[in-house]
Design a protein around this ligand. Structure first.
Ligand code: BGC
Length: 347
């Protein structure tokens, strides 16, 4: 079978390799890869050396945003041949720590978790892959190719966690700001709209389809500086990973606000901050600033449910470019109008 393999941190070493088919493993599903979504983490692996090949190997099969069709399924697994599936990314650590032992690998506490296509486990960028049924998510046939969006939409975790924080008081948030209109930002906006919030999305530029995609959700699109939007958000979903922005956000939010950080960046910006002032503001306004990474099984399910409720043509417009396996490197380089780029596995 063919698979996209990389040596983390070596952009010249990306290859479509011929690898042996996955060996038989009776408890698992055999899946024919169909699509692979590309995100900033893949760029970080290839260009900046984030990511770890399986122990003892130099190459990693990359890819963690998956869609495939089941070829073989064990009896009683809940899956049958022909089903569309997306794979969960993370696996619990072997110790396991308390959250991992309870299936909350997204809260792994000892850092020994593994991640398909990212950390020590081969990913889904292959024509064939195997997966244990408990790590496979059913994709409704009506979603078709848009099922590849389930993994990025598992950012539903961030909303779930945010809502849990809001249960600390009796008032409910009304105005949400999402910073960054990439796929994660657009899903964060979608999930905010589905919760009945007034959603504003801020992005660096208005070129490409993002502004219309936001408008079609019933949210408002803005460019420019946070200060200029003229809103006082109760909740912020930060999806850019631009560090200095976090502190600008702290200045514009409403009292009791929750700011959820979901983006990361390989940049190393530094700025001078009035830390005592920030400390004072956070205390006097009950502010919560928290990070959210990865997703548990229920968050993938929340993502699948959220996608099932959206107009299919809106989802289809998120997939702005398709490349064959041999075009993987091109997929890593953003074009101006890209939202989600996918690799056609097999092509
Ligand atoms: C993936 C997560 C993963 C994180 C850190 C993200 O791109 O979607 O599943 O935990 O990278 O490796």
């Amino acid at each position: 079978m063919k698979a996209i393999t990389v040596v983390p941190g070596n952009p010249d070493q990306v290859q479509v390799s011929d690898l042996p088919d996955p060996p038989p493993d009776p408890g698992t599903l055999l899946v024919q890869g169909r699509l692979l979504g590309i995100c900033g983490t893949d760029v970080d692996i290839v260009d900046n050396g984030y990511g770890w090949p399986p122990p003892g190997r130099e190459r990693l099969v990359i890819g963690h945003e998956s869609l495939g069709a089941v070829l073989e399924a064990p009896k009683g697994s809940g899956f049958t041949a022909g089903d569309l599936v997306a794979g969960i990314v993370r696996r619990p650590d072997p110790v396991p720590c308390e959250p991992c032992s309870l299936g909350e690998w997204d809260f792994c506490r000892n850092g020994q978790y593994t991640e398909r296509g990212i950390k020590e486990l081969d990913g889904y960028g292959a024509q064939l892959w195997r997966i244990e049924p408990k790590y496979a998510i059913h994709v409704d046939v009506s979603l078709g190719d848009c099922g590849v969006l389930i993994e990025p939409a598992s950012v539903a975790k961030a909303w779930e966690q945010t809502e849990r924080i809001f249960t600390r008081a009796s008032w409910r948030p009304k105005v949400a700001l999402v910073t960054g209109a990439g796929p994660i930002g657009l899903f964060a906006a979608l999930l905010g709209v589905q919760r009945g919030l007034e959603v504003h999305v801020l992005d660096r530029n208005s070129s490409g389809p993002k502004a219309q995609l936001v408008a079609d959700l019933g949210a408002s699109f803005h460019t420019g500086e946070v200060d200029d939007i003229g809103i006082t958000p109760d909740v912020v979903m930060e999806c850019t990973g631009h560090g200095p922005l976090v502190f600008e956000l702290a200045n514009v939010v409403a009292p009791d606000a929750v700011i959820c950080l979901m983006g990361i960046s390989s940049d190393t910006r530094s700025i001078t901050l009035g830390l005592d002032q920030i400390n004072k503001e956070m205390v006097l306004e009950n502010m919560v600033l928290f990070g959210s990474v990865n997703a548990g099984r229920r968050h993938y399910q929340q993502a699948a449910d959220a996608l099932a409720k959206v107009d299919r043509s809106w989802l289809e417009r998120l997939i702005t470019r398709r490349v064959p396996m041999s075009g993987f490197v091109d997929a890593l380089h953003k074009h101006e109008d890209d939202v989600k780029v996918v690799v056609e596995i097999g092509a």
